[in-house]
Write a protein that binds this ligand. Structure first.
Ligand SMILES: C[S@@+](CC[C@H](N)C(=O)[O-])C[C@H]1O[C@@H](n2cnc3c(N)ncnc32)[C@H](O)[C@@H]1O
Length: 296
C-alpha cells in the first residue's frame, strides 16, 4: 500500500488553521490513510498527545503501522463520536485541537469488493466499519418506498426519485438487488439520460452517495459528535471540519450558530485553491470550517 492511495485535501489550510503547539492534545476523528496525520505529528512535541480514530479497520491498521515510531501517537478502530472514551483513557478531560475530514476515502472508493463505487462491479456493501450489520443490500431490499425516497432526496439531492424508487421496489420483488451493477441498471431504467454519459455518472454518484450515507449513518454521527466537541473542547480549542456535502455543512453551521461557546473564526467557509481543485478533483466540493471554543 503506497501513500498515494488518498491525497489529503486542503492540507496547507488545515495545518495553518490548526496552529499546532508542541504540547497540544489533538484528536483526528477520521485518520484515513494518515495524509494529514504525518504533517500534524511533525508539529507536535514530545509532551503532545495525538489520538487518531477511524471506523475502517484497513485504514487504522495502515496508520498504526505508518506511525509506529511516534511515541505520542495512538490509533484506535472506532467511530469518531466515541472520542471521549479515548480522552479519558489517556487521563485527559479536554482536547485543544480536533480535526475531521468527513466522508469516504479514495482508497475505500477504489476497493471494488466494498461496493462504494458505481465505477466497479462489486457487492452492495458500503460499510466503512465491516463490524456493523446494515449493508447497502439491506437498505435497498428492505426499506419502504417512503424511506428510500427520503434517502435519495435528503442524502443524494435527487428531487426526482419516484421512478427510481418504483424500479427498485419492482425489481426486488423478483430478485433482491445484490451488486453495484444491479443498482446501476435500476438507475439506467429510471432516468432518461439522452446519451449523456456525464449526466448518468452524476446521477450514479448521487444515488451511491445517498445509500452510503444511510448505511454508515453519517449524519447521525455528526449530530452526535457536535455537542460532545463543544463539551470536551478546552477554552480556545480549535476544531476543523472538512465537509463534502451541503447538508453535512448545514448541520455544522446550524449547530455552531445556536451555540453560546463556539464561533467560526474566520467567519466564512474556506474553499480550496483553484490549483488544488484542478489537481485533485475530490477537493472540488470540500468546505472547510474552522471553529473556536470561546468560553469554558
Ligand atoms: C476522507 S477520509 C480521511 C482521509 C485522511 N484525512 C487522509 O488524508 O488520509 C475519511 C475517513 O473517515 C472515516 N470515517 C468516516 N466517518 C467516520 C466516523 N463516523 N467515525 C470514524 N471514522 C469515520 C472513513 O473510514 C475514512 O477513512
Amino acid at each position: 500500500m503506497t501513500d498515494t492511495i488518498h491525497i489529503p485535501v486542503m492540507l496547507n489550510e488545515v495545518i495553518n488553521y490548526l496552529d499546532i503547539k508542541e504540547n497540544d492534545c489533538l484528536i483526528e476523528g477520521t485518520a484515513g490513510f494518515g495524509g494529514h496525520t504525518y504533517h500534524i505529528l511533525n508539529q507536535l512535541g514530545r509532551n503532545g498527545l495525538y489520538i487518531g480514530l477511524d471506523q475502517d479497520q484497513t485504514a487504522i491498521n495502515h496508520c498504526k503501522n505508518k506511525f509506529k515510531s511516534s511515541a505520542i501517537s495512538h490509533h484506535y478502530h472506532d467511530n469518531f463520536s466515541n472520542f471521549d472514551r479515548y480522552l479519558s483513557q489517556h487521563n485527559k478531560t479536554t482536547f485543544s485541537k480536533f480535526f475531521l475530514d468527513l466522508g469516504v476515502s479514495s482508497y475505500q472508493l477504489d476497493q471494488e469488493y466494498r461496493g462504494f463505487s458505481h465505477r466497479f462491479e462489486g457487492p452492495l456493501d458500503m460499510r466503512m466499519n465491516t463490524k456493523n450489520d446494515l449493508t447497502a443490500q439491506d437498505v435497498l431490499n428492505t426499506y419502504s418506498k417512503e424511506s428510500l425516497s427520503n434517502i435519495f432526496f435528503h442524502f443524494g439531492q435527487l428531487k426526482h426519485n419516484k421512478k427510481l424508487v418504483e424500479t427498485i421496489i419492482h425489481l426486488r420483488k423478483h430478485s433482491p438487488l445484490k451488486t453495484t451493477t444491479d443498482l446501476r441498471n435500476c438507475i439506467k431504467k429510471s432516468y432518461f439520460f439522452n446519451n449523456k454519459r456525464s449526466l448518468f455518472m452524476k446521477t450514479c454518484s448521487q444515488v451511491f452517495q445517498a445509500i452510503r450515507i444511510e448505511v454508515n449513518q453519517e449524519f447521525n454521527h455528526i449530530q452526535t459528535i457536535l455537542p460532545k466537541l463543544e463539551h470536551y473542547a478546552e477554552n480556545n480549542a480549535i476544531i476543523i471540519i472538512l465537509t463534502f456535502h451541503s447538508s453535512e455543512d448545514r448541520l455544522v453551521k446550524e449547530y455552531v450558530k445556536q451555540s453560546k461557546t463556539l464561533i467560526f473564526e474566520p467567519k466564512s467557509v474556506i474553499k480550496p485553491s483553484k490549483e488544488e481543485r484542478t489537481k485533485n478533483s475530490r477537493s472540488r466540493s470540500v468546505k472547510c470550517r474552522v471553529i473556536k471554543k470561546i468560553t469554558s
